[in-house]
Design a binder for this molecule. Structure first.
Ligand SMILES: *[C@@H]1O[C@H](CO)[C@@H](O)[C@H](O)[C@H]1NC(C)=O
Ligand SMILES: *[C@@H]1O[C@H](CO)[C@@H](O)[C@H](O)[C@H]1NC(C)=O
Length: 145
């Protein structure tokens, strides 16, 4: 009866890769934000069976105007200006099964940072009994005015 633990292990692995994936709940992809103003970056971590140990996150904004011949560098290469770095402690709020944490960050001044920008969230956490380290990347495009 060795296959039952194997199935459980596979299921928890699937849970770990899917259900635990965090995402950016706010702002929306393509949103317009104002340079020099504060904005809320919401990082959602859906509930799952298997707990994960949060180590920390980095929120960065990389300026890459449309006039720039190259697209933004991928977030695993460049996060740009660091808007937040530190602990990530998602908590349950309005909706069940949707814990999140809001980070109020200041968008860099539009004099230096105008047009298209890439907001990246880099989450470092540990999963399973190992535990295994996981670096998770999320990014959206913003328009800085
Ligand atoms: C996220 O970053 C990658 C690499 O730079 C890019 O190809 C992709 O379009 C970005 N996604 C969004 C929603 O901006
Ligand atoms: C988190 O931010 C969102 C978007 O600004 C807001 O709707 C929500 O009420 C905030 N939640 C908390 C707990 O402050």
């Amino acid at each position: 009866m060795k296959f039952i633990p194997t199935i459980i292990a596979i299921l928890s692995l699937l849970g770990a890769t899917n259900a635990q994936r965090s995402f950016i709940g706010n702002p929306q992809d393509g949103a317009t934000v104002t340079g020099g103003r504060r904005t809320v970056v919401q990082v959602v971590r859906p509930d799952s069976l298997q707990g994960s140990t949060e180590v920390g996150i980095v929120i960065g904004l990389q300026s890459c105007p449309i006039t720039n011949p190259f697209p933004c560098a991928p977030p695993n290469e460049q996060v740009g200006t660091i808007l937040y770095k530190g602990k990530y402690k998602p908590k349950l709020h309005e909706q069940p099964g949707r814990p999140y944490q809001n980070f109020t960050v200041t968008i860099p001044d539009a004099d230096y940072f105008v047009g298209r920008a890439q907001l990246s969230v880099v989450r470092f956490h540990l999963i399973g009994a190992g535990p295994s380290p996981v670096l998770e990347l999320n990014n959206i495009t913003l328009n800085v005015v």
